[in-house]
Design a protein around this ligand. Structure first.
Ligand SMILES: NC(=O)c1ccc[n+]([C@@H]2O[C@H](COP(=O)([O-])OP(=O)(O)OC[C@H]3O[C@@H](n4cnc5c(N)ncnc54)[C@H](OP(=O)(O)O)[C@@H]3O)[C@@H](O)[C@H]2O)c1
Length: 337
């Protein structure tokens, strides 16, 4: 039985001008949804709305900065005015930063938390107030696999994604008395979007995603599934998500070590970069709204054998670290002679 409350759902999506949010808008348009699309860039939102209409959906745009509680409240009012009610609210807007925490300006760290975590909190608050009045609705918060396990050089981003997961968990408990209100977290693996090019960067080097990339449409499909059949949490890029979750549960120290090595070896590029605040305060119109072009770039530069070698290298290093972890654990319980 599906929990979807309406055949033609009214869906609010933040961060809909680009990447995952754009793909999610198009996926819901294919379901005949009525869409309210939010982000800061109005022309890019209009372009997404046009594509949604070409698929037969209704779509309106509502420019908003999610770090402003007033903007988010206005977004909820605009959605209710446009279509009478809201069925699904997706907090997807997000920004990224790179840099060691002590080398990153405090205001950059604050801004990442404000957009990613406060933005999701304001959106959740507005959505749940509306859902309570109606007695139904589905809230989807966009976390990340990096809300399960940390990674160096993006401390505020990681904290925000651990926070989003906790936010959803707390809100599920708050709406426990409301059987038709659902709170879900979608946790994407690495996705081929321009988030990496647009990130604030204080590393002095170009930063890249890891090589195991999924297209934004993979996350969009999971969001549609969550509307049809809500679940507490869902991975987008399930193999990657399950390996991460299992590794974290069974061998937390090892899993931290593996993600650290993966970040250090795959994400830190060699090309020099000046310090930049990226798109944190001012949106970037770089023509990369469909995807980041990373899979094309890596397919050209990374032959399959290199990937295989990298995978094997990580596997061997992981096995070595596991044996050390187990060895240390045994040593800790062996009584002194
Ligand atoms: N790409 C990945 O590997 C990955 C992995 C896991 C999770 N995620 C999460 O997925 C979400 C979408 O990211 P993406 O990869 O699709 O990146 P993206 O292509 O850069 O999209 C980010 C979206 O957020 C919007 N946005 C940024 N700041 C905003 C603000 N202050 N107010 C309103 N909208 C704002 C951007 O539009 P404007 O610039 O027009 O405002 C854009 O539509 C983020 O929450 C991200 O953390 C991404």
């Amino acid at each position: 039985m599906t929990s979807a409350s309406s055949i033609s759902p009214v869906v609010v999506i933040t961060g809909a001008s680009s990447g995952i949010g754009r793909a999610t808008a198009l996926a819901f348009a294919e379901q005949g949804a009525r869409l309210v699309l939010a982000a800061r860039r109005e022309p890019e939102l209009e372009a997404v709305a046009r594509s949604c209409r070409e698929l037969g959906a209704q779509a309106v745009v509502a420019p908003a900065d999610v770090s402003s509680a007033e903007d988010v409240q206005r977004l909820a009012s605009q959605a209710a005015q446009a279509f009478g009610h809201i069925d699904v609210w997706i907090n997807n807007a997000g920004v990224l930063h790179f840099g060691r925490v002590d080398e990153t300006p405090t205001e950059v760290l604050d801004r990442v938390l404000s957009v990613n975590l406060s933005g999701a909190l304001y959106g959740s608050r507005a959505a749940l107030a509306h859902f309570r009045r109606r007695g139904r609705g589905t809230l989807i918060n966009t976390g990340s696999v990096l809300g399960l396990v940390g990674q160096p050089f993006a401390a505020a981003y990681i904290a925000s994604k651990f926070g989003v997961r906790g936010l959803s968990e707390a809100l599920r408990q708050e709406v426990h008395d409301q059987p038709d209100i659902h709170v879900c977290t979608v946790m994407p693996a690495a996705i081929d979007t321009a988030a990496y090019q647009r990130a604030a960067n204080y590393m002095g080097r170009e930063m890249l995603p890891i090589r195991l990339l999924y297209p934004p449409e993979a996350v969009a499909r999971v969001c549609v599934k969550l509307w049809k059949r809500p679940r507490r949490e869902a991975f987008a890029g399930p193999a990657f998500g399950l390996v991460t979750a299992t590794g974290k549960a069974l061998a937390p120290a090892l899993s931290e070590w593996v993600t650290e090595v993966a970040a250090r070896t795959m994400e830190v590029g060699s090309a020099p970069r000046d310090a930049s605040e990226g798109n944190l305060w001012r949106p970037s119109s770089d023509g990369l709204d469909e995807n980041g072009g990373w899979r094309r770039r890596f397919a050209r530069r990374t032959p399959p054998l290199t990937l295989l070698g990298l995978g094997l290298g990580l596997g061997v290093a992981g096995a070595f670290a596991l044996s050390r972890t187990l060895g240390n654990r045994n040593a800790a319980v062996t009584p002194a002679a």
